[in-house]
Design a protein around this ligand. Structure first.
Ligand SMILES: [Zn+2]
Length: 175
């Protein structure tokens, strides 16, 4: 198979599905431009593998697996958190303009429009974006802000703490 410098483009994706083709590669996280906003750091790589086949209804499909580690920002302390990517999905392919209307069946995989070639980097990026959690946080005990409130909020109960210290002298005045 092709080396690491291979282009991430599938020629004749429909033929690839009919021939049960397989392709894999890896992408630098820093090359996934649409992902950058979601990241706390962009070191490392993601690996993908694509496996073409015909589904039981004779529709051309691609099964996609993506693995790697992404640096996401913890929702509590805003520090980087390593998120293990382990994505497995499949998409059905249709010629441009030939995607069937939504059949409302949640079991139906996503359809993608495919022309003469398919950019696997874009597909991988799309699927990562779709699969990312809305927010992540460190496991308890691993978060650098401990049990405190999110960045900037400081201690929500500090007004009460201040009130308590204001009341305290009154208490001690009682003899
Ligand atoms: Zn955290």
């Amino acid at each position: 198979m092709s080396g690491p410098a291979a282009s991430h483009v599938l020629d004749d994706p429909f033929g690839f599905a009919r021939a049960a083709g397989q392709q894999h590669g890896q992408l630098a996280v820093s090359a996934l431009s649409r992902l950058q906003d979601q990241l706390a750091g962009n070191a490392g790589e993601v690996k993908y593998s694509v496996h073409g086949s015909m589904d039981p209804l004779s529709r051309p499909q691609l099964e996609l697996k993506v693995t790697g580690a992404l640096q996401l920002a913890c929702a509590v302390c805003v520090k980087p958190l390593e998120y293990a990517l382990a994505l497995q999905t499949r998409v059905l392919m249709a010629q441009p303009g030939a995607v069937p209307p939504d059949d409302d069946d949640p079991e139906t995989p996503e359809w993608i429009e495919v022309g003469q070639e398919l950019n696997l980097q874009e597909l991988v990026e799309d699927e990562i974006l779709l699969g990312l959690p809305l927010s992540v946080r460190h496991a308890q005990g691993h978060c650098s802000s401990g049990t405190q409130e999110p960045f900037g909020a400081k201690k929500a109960d500090s007004p009460f703490a201040r009130l308590a210290t204001l009341l305290e002298p009154g208490k001690t005045d009682k003899r």
